[in-house]
Ligand binder design. Structure first.
Ligand code: ADP
Ligand code: MG
Length: 344
């Protein structure tokens, strides 16, 4: 017993003393998820040393403790708006969506399926000395479903979604942004969740909300550092931007995964419209005409056009939609888009 304890120090990334201290700290803070996470790291280290029985024992004990706890008052994952210093920095959003609610190209579906698999089997990966992927970048035009996909990812993983709007954070805390970012990252270490950094290009470096080049450099550098730090809670970090060209290349390298969202394909247009026409019937739609009218519109605009058609049908007490009902709404959206772009 004594010999094994002494040998422990020479292995793994964290010594047992550090692990015990970290466990005591998380215990004192009432952070159960962190507590179990460290226990599982110990199990993983044991497994790497070939002591599978010990590893199994620890994992079993963690499972048991978790199961016992969810019956009681303590819930390991807290679904709530962060308070105190973080208030106003992070917005909590309850994740109600699933990935099947989002119309995505198959490449993104595969990427995200893989991420979900790694995350749900993260204990297993750790046991083999691997870290599950957790840093994702969403690129693509406005209204293509980046925010929605972040929510769906949180929904699939049964985690809370926290949204950080970087542009407003930077403008609000000018000069103090780096330390606010650090606070946000500390939160990702404490509370397992999906953290969406929206308007991610705001820290890209080439565009600056403040005109203060030195400040933006500082923010970028601290973000790069914070992205590298190990995360025992395996929180998911998502950056989302409509302007990938503004991103510093050093940022791109920090992500495990980059998903590129596009304007919808013809097939996706059809799927989107069908989804948003529910619960109405659409027996004889001339899809060619509809798809034609939807060219140049984003997923979001197509969704809103379909919903408009449905609302009108409900008020007119129709339960069947015709091609023209939809085409008219799509044309309306195209007009709105044109008005908006000429104004700009
Ligand atoms: N790929 C998609 N599949 C289904 N609905 C979508 C999709 N993209 C956008 N939408 C609809 O448009 C809304 C706005 O999209 P959002 O996720 O905010 O786009 P982005 O973050 O890329 O600007 C969504 O809430 C949803 O109703
Ligand atoms: Mg968005």
């Amino acid at each position: 017993m004594v010999r094994r304890f002494a040998a422990w120090d020479s292995y793994g990334t964290m010594s047992n003393t550090k692990q015990i201290l970290a466990m005591l700290k998380s215990r004192a803070e009432g952070n159960d998820e962190q507590f179990y996470s460290i226990a599982l790291q110990v199990a993983a280290a044991e497994a790497r040393k070939g002591r599978r029985t010990t590893a199994e024992e620890i994992r079993g004990a963690v499972d048991q403790a978790r199961a016992g706890q969810s019956k009681g008052a303590n819930i390991p994952i807290s679904f709530a708006q962060p308070r105190g210093e973080l208030e106003g920095l992070i917005d909590f959003k309850e994740a109600r969506l699933k990935l099947s609610d989002v119309v995505l190209k198959s490449r993104i579906e595969h990427q995200l399926g893989d991420l979900i698999r790694q995350q749900s089997k993260r204990d297993w990966l750790r046991e083999h000395g691997k870290t599950p992927n957790r840093r994702v970048l969403f690129l693509g035009p406005p209204g293509s479903g980046k925010t929605m996909t972040a929510e769906a990812l949180a929904g699939e993983l049964k985690l809370p979604l926290y949204v950080i709007r970087l542009e407003s954070l930077i403008t609000r805390f000018m000069g103090d942004t780096a330390s606010k970012l650090r606070l946000v990252f500390e939160e990702t270490l404490q509370r397992r969740g999906v953290y969406l950094f929206d308007e991610f290009d705001a820290i890209g470096g080439s565009r600056s909300a403040t005109n203060d080049v030195a400040e933006m450099r500082r923010v970028l550098n601290s973000f790069l550092q914070l992205m590298e730090q190990p995360n025992a809670t395996d929180s998911i970090l998502i950056g989302a931007t409509n302007h990938p060209e503004l991103l510093d290349p050093a940022l791109l390298r920090r992500f495990d995964l980059i998903s590129e969202f596009d304007m919808p394909s013809d097939d996706q247009i059809k799927t989107l419209i069908k989804k948003y026409l529910r619960p109405l019937k659409y027996p004889r739609i001339a899809w060619k005409k509809v798809i034609n009218a939807a060219q140049g519109l984003s997923q979001s605009e197509i969704a809103r056009a379909s919903e408009d058609a449905v609302k009108t049908a409900i008020l007119d007490e129709h339960d069947v939609l015709k091609t023209d009902d939809i085409v008219r709404r799509l044309n309306d959206r195209a007009e709105m888009r044109a008005a908006f772009t000429t104004k700009k």
